[in-house]
Ligand binder design. Structure first.
Ligand code: FES
Length: 165
């Protein structure tokens, strides 16, 4: 289970350390062809998300316009400009999961965790998203928490799963 620390909790010192690390990443990769996506990936891994301030920093370090950085960040759904939770829940709403109760799972999570789709719980534990198909259609409805796939989920099973996090 990967457990990133919610980055809104970073102290000034940790933030500076993260920026220094990211500056090193840029230095290492900026001369390689098409390296922007890779740099942003690593920056998000280090910092947790890619706020505008950090995008500006990367653009400056790479000597490219901010619009180029922001364009890539907004194009790919795996980049996030807001802090993410320690864990990411992705409920599958592909056809098989949808017809077998995926929507009910989504509603249950919204009520239980008090979070909207795309949002992060107040305690920073979960970011809540939906997915199209996670390859477990035969055992729908399915969801993922971080890299773990849970199949044939129902509301009771889900409550037990959440307790592990
Ligand atoms: S539709 Fe949900 S796993 Fe394929």
């Amino acid at each position: 289970m990967s457990a990133a620390i919610p980055k809104e909790a970073l102290s000034q010192e940790e933030k500076e350390r993260a920026y220094a690390q990211i500056a090193n990443v840029v230095k290492q990769y900026k001369h390689k062809k098409d390296s922007l996506v890779q740099i942003l990936h690593l920056a998000q891994e280090i910092y947790g998300h890619l706020p505008l301030e950090l995008q500006q920093f990367i653009a400056k370090e790479m000597n490219i316009p901010l619009s180029q950085v922001s364009g890539v960040v907004s194009f790919y759904s795996f980049f996030s400009t807001v802090p993410r939770g320690r864990h990411t829940i992705r409920v599958c709403l592909g056809t098989a999961c949808y017809v077998r109760g995926g929507k009910k799972i989504v509603e249950h999570l919204q009520n239980k965790l008090q979070v909207e789709l795309g949002g992060t719980t107040e305690d920073g534990n979960f970011t809540f998203e939906v997915a199209r198909c996670i390859g477990a259609c035969g055992l729908a409805p399915a969801l993922m928490i971080d890299d773990t796939v849970y199949k044939q989920v129902n509301v009771n099973k889900l409550d037990k799963i959440l307790e592990q996090y």
